[in-house]
Design a protein around this ligand. Structure first.
Ligand code: PHE
Length: 416
């Protein structure tokens, strides 16, 4: 559940529906599913192997699995990236808290993305996320995820049922589904891959850290497939919850913060004109969904640094949480006060840091670790003959296909 919580986030809500619509509808969705299972999942398994084998945070993992080598760079990168990401991710969390409060009066006003008020809500959001992490992996992160992930699914289905019954909603479903093969170009593959990659929270030490807490007896492959399926289902449900309402209100679909904080409030206000109670209820549910989805992702981002300070620097967990909170909060000041800084931090971390991190992870597992050790993890110590049968395929994907695919996304960011 915690892994699913990390995966399910803003990426599913503000990027996936738009990408599906713009890049070929059902054709894009099929390509996305193939990318997720054949390319992103092997990367997920690679991180999981590193985490569970070493039973350590990302830096400790490299120290244990490849002592004294240059691979520690991968460890440091995996701890630094999530702190940078959470610094702007929590700004969006802050906007959502603000909009949740505004939902009660259905008076959203102009979207103001920067300023002192944003700082206030960002601080609240980040502090609550850090407090949950401070409660521990079992008592905080797992407990919160176990209750919030099912809740997210319930909320999104309720919104979906409401959305698809709005007049003219059919255009939205058509936008998502009508297969358009003319939109399928090499770029489509690069986008699908990049999106599935971001959506599964790969390349930033999260799966390494979470897997270090997974028992030896737990089926690692099932955790991976379960996370990918939950993430995919949520992305598709979010598409059908959002696009029909957007089209019914006659608004242009778009990606990014604008969709959530400019377009949809307009839809809620319209609903409110017809029935204030319904408008308020749907808006409250929607922003609650965004907050919870963003919070489980932020928690996973914080945990990477916290695990490092607790295990390597022997800090007490609450102190480690305060330290990571403080670093993220300070870094976040740039995104709180400048939209340009927000955009640059997002682009730099999602296009560059994540891809480099993921590339190093697959190279490490595919080429540096012993094949037998990798097999041992994938088959849970040889106790899963089914996983053993799949191992040659998984290993081939990790060793050859995934590195090439990651390089393709990396360069497509610059040249396509
Ligand atoms: N997987 C998250 C999403 O879909 C994105 C994310 C990025 C989560 C970075 C954690 C860290 O929104």
């Amino acid at each position: 559940m915690a892994m699913a919580g990390s995966a399910i986030g803003l990426g599913n809500i503000w990027r996936f529906p738009y990408m599906a619509g713009e890049y070929g509808g059902a054709a894009f969705i099929v390509i996305y599913i193939l990318c997720s299972f054949f390319l992103s999942l092997p990367i997920f398994f690679s991180e999981a192997v590193i985490g569970r084998r070493s039973r350590s945070n990302a830096i400790g993992a490299m120290k244990r699995l490849a002592p004294g080598s240059a691979w520690t760079v991968l460890g440091y990168l995996s701890v630094i990236t999530p702190v940078i990401i959470v610094s702007y991710y929590s700004v969006v969390g802050g906007w959502s808290v603000d909009y949740l409060l505004k939902s009660f009066s259905l008076n959203f006003g102009q979207f103001v993305p920067t300023g002192p008020k944003v700082l206030l809500f960002n601080t609240v959001f980040l502090a609550v996320s850090a407090a949950i992490v401070a409660l521990g992996v079992k008592g905080g992160i797992e407990k919160f995820s176990k209750f919030s992930i099912p809740l997210l699914f319930v909320l999104i289905v309720v919104i979906l049922v409401y959305s698809v019954r709005m007049p003219g909603a059919g255009k939205g479903t058509e936008y998502l589904l009508r297969p358009d093969f003319s939109k399928v170009t090499p770029r489509t593959f690069a986008f699908a891959l990049g999106q599935s990659f971001y959506s599964l929270s790969l390349g930033m030490g999260i799966i390494i850290t979470y897997s270090s807490y997974v028992h030896k007896e737990e089926n690692l492959m099932v955790s991976g497939v379960g996370t990918a399926v939950a993430d995919l289902m949520f992305a598709i449900l979010a598409g059908f919850a959002i696009m029909p309402a957007v089209f019914s209100a006659g608004i242009k679909p778009d990606a990014g913060p604008g969709l959530i904080f400019e377009t949809l409030p307009f839809v809620f206000t319209r609903m409110g004109e017809a029935s204030p109670l319904v408008g308020t209820a749907v808006a409250v549910m929607f922003f609650l969904t965004i907050i919870v989805a963003a919070m489980t992702s932020s928690i996973s981002l914080l945990e990477v640094g916290v695990a490092y300070f607790v295990e390597e620097k022997k800090m007490k967990r609450p102190l480690a949480c305060i330290v990571v909170f403080a670093i993220a909060w300070l870094l976040g000041l740039s995104s709180v006060f400048s939209q340009k800084a927000f955009g640059l931090t997002d682009a730099f971390s999602s296009n560059i840091l994540l891809t480099v991190g993921a590339l190093l992870v697959v190279l490490f597992v595919g080429w540096k670790m012993k094949k037998e050790d990798v097999r041992d993890e994938i088959t849970d110590g040889g106790t899963r003959p089914g996983n053993g049968k799949l191992f040659p395929v998984v290993y081939f994907l990790i060793r050859y296909l995934a590195p090439v695919a990651v390089l393709v996304i990396f360069f497509s960011n610059f040249f396509l």
